[in-house]
Design a protein around this ligand. Structure first.
Ligand code: IFM
Length: 513
């Protein structure tokens, strides 16, 4: 039998995309509605490096990687070195024609104690990056927190498990709005709180590695039945508190928008039996509705409250009012689609976790055997899944503005620069996005994950998502465009007609310039 770590090795080695051969229609920028944003993204811990420079303190990810816990024993001490190479990277983005760059701020670089004194070097770095982007005509889309919690807050009160995080996150967000909000019009408070809750507090695979028997990977601490629900609850309250602050104190003047990100699978019933159709809806409610239902309707989906019972926290009336309507847009990270089989007639244990509460089994191809696990062994390419997902958000959640904030293709460590499969993947998913828009979805933008190869949270450097190749063995971390970078640049070329339209819009907005 495969041990847990070899199972994960298998996962990581095969996480790249399988089974995509159809040819998708050639795209041009003119196919997208006016103002549609085409960008690419990264996150602070995954690209910056410079982990002990200029006053930054460790995050939970520094502690985890430096203790040698990654399967490839890697860390992100240098990673793509964007801290030192941001000017070069912005030039590459500009050459590529990106409308926007999505990046995150490192909380422990800005506030090394987690709260209180602000690190001037941290402010300076993000000011420099933002100014560099703007001077090249690239919009900064900023995520305030992308997994890298200051270790000091984890040590002090258990991070996301404590309600204290709400106040500290709000104060941190306040610093971001105050210092950068004059130039940042798109804020996302948190990245993938649903995925963090399951992978770190149910499976215990990633920091802070909490789980409990019979779930997860032999953790020494944690409670898989309860903690994922608590973590998401605090994340929603922290998001809502920061959004309220932004709206009350900054939005009128800075004229930006604030959103929240959700890791979103699409789910297809394995058969057309009523039981499987209902199970697929349950999976959507648990996986996506966990985040989106509260921010649209002020509470968790009924099925979650029923199945998790007292293990899922309740919102007070005033919390519910604050959470409801707390997003101007939804950030969607989407990579793949899974089949769902009903599991409501099997033996029901009293000791359940998030997955077990769903009473559904996942499989990532029709031929796989079903499993209770939400992480895929293979990552099938199903562009129509993104179209269905965007239309489900339109139909079930009031046609919110959406940014697809992450979508991309994981290739192997030794992938060639001729990554045609990545271009084909992106092309397929962009076509799917367009189909959803044509059917009325209010999708406003799309970001490839990732702009360049980065430290991957699940796989270290064993997996590459970048449009640009980074040579991690080279001291200078040299960058080289892959085929997909040229392909995306070609798509991003603005037509003459569009250039005239943009120049006219700009002249009308700034008549004296
Ligand atoms: O690299 C990650 C990112 O940080 C969060 N979403 C999934 C990506 C690919 O694994």
């Amino acid at each position: 039998m495969l041990g847990v770590s070899s199972l994960f090795l298998l996962l990581l080695l095969t996480l790249s995309v399988v089974g995509f051969s159809q040819h998708t229609p050639k795209l041009s920028r003119d196919d997208f509605p006016p103002g549609f944003i085409l960008g690419a993204g990264t996150s602070a811990f995954q690209v910056e490096g410079a982990v002990a420079e200029d006053g930054r303190s460790p995050s939970v990810w520094d502690a985890y990687t430096q203790a040698g816990k990654m399967m490839d024993k890697s860390n992100a001490d240098v990673t793509s070195d964007q801290y030192h190479k941001y000017k070069e990277d912005v030039k590459l983005m500009s050459k590529m024609g990106l409308d926007a760059y999505r990046f995150s701020i490192s909380w422990s670089r800005l506030l090394p104690h987690g709260r209180g004194a602000v690190n001037p070097k941290g402010i300076q770095y993000y000011n420099n990056l933002i100014d560099e982007l703007i001077s090249h005509g690239i919009q900064p889309h900023v995520t305030i927190h992308h997994l890298d919690l200051p270790q000091i807050l984890e040590d002090e009160y258990g991070g996301w498990l404590s309600p204290k995080i709400v106040e500290d996150f709000t104060a941190y967000a306040d610093v971001c709005f105050r210092e950068f909000g004059d130039r940042v019009a798109h804020w996302t408070t948190l990245n993938e709180p649903n995925a963090v809750a399951v992978v770190s507090y149910d499976m215990g695979f990633l920091p802070p590695q909490r789980c409990s028997y019979p779930f997860g990977f032999n953790c020494t601490v944690g409670n898989s039945s309860v903690e994922p629900y608590i973590v998401v609850h605090h994340a929603l309250l922290a998001h809502a508190s920061a959004a309220t602050l932004y709206r009350q104190k900054y939005q009128a003047k800075q004229k930006g928008l604030i959103g929240l990100n959700v890791y979103s699978y699409w789910f297809i019933p394995l058969t057309n039996s009523t039981a499987d159709v209902n199970a697929a809806q349950r999976a959507l409610d648990f996986s996506n509705g966990w985040i989106v239902h509260p921010v649209v309707y002020g509470d968790y989906p009924e099925i979650m409250k029923k199945n998790a019972g007292s293990r899922i926290p309740s919102f007070t009336r005033s919390e519910s009012e604050q959470v409801k309507g707390s997003i101007d847009f939804l950030g969607v990270n989407h990579y793949t689609t899974a089949y769902i089989q009903d599991d409501s007639n099997g033996p029901k244990s009293n000791v359940r976790d998030f997955n077990a509460d769903m009473f559904a089994k996942f499989q990532f191809s029709k031929d796989d055997s079903p499993s209770g696990q939400i992480l895929p062994i293979k990552m099938p390419v199903v562009p129509s899944g993104l179209q269905s997902l965007l239309e489900y958000y339109k139909n079930d959640y009031g046609n919110l503005p959406i940014y697809v904030q992450e979508n991309g293709f994981g290739g192997p460590q030794n992938e060639s620069l001729n990554d045609t499969a990545r271009a084909e993947y992106i092309s397929g998913y962009l076509n799917a996005t367009l189909s959803a828009i044509r059917n009325g979805s209010n999708t406003k933008g799309y970001f490839v994950w990732s702009f360049l190869d980065v430290f991957e949270f699940l796989a270290g450097y064993v997996q590459r998502y970048g449009l640009y190749h980074v040579d991690f063995k080279d001291k200078t971390r040299s960058r080289q465009p892959k085929f997909s970078a040229h392909w995306y640049a070609d798509l991003l070329k603005k037509s003459q007609e569009m250039k005239i339209e943009m120049a006219t819009q700009q002249a009308m907005a700034h008549p004296t310039q």
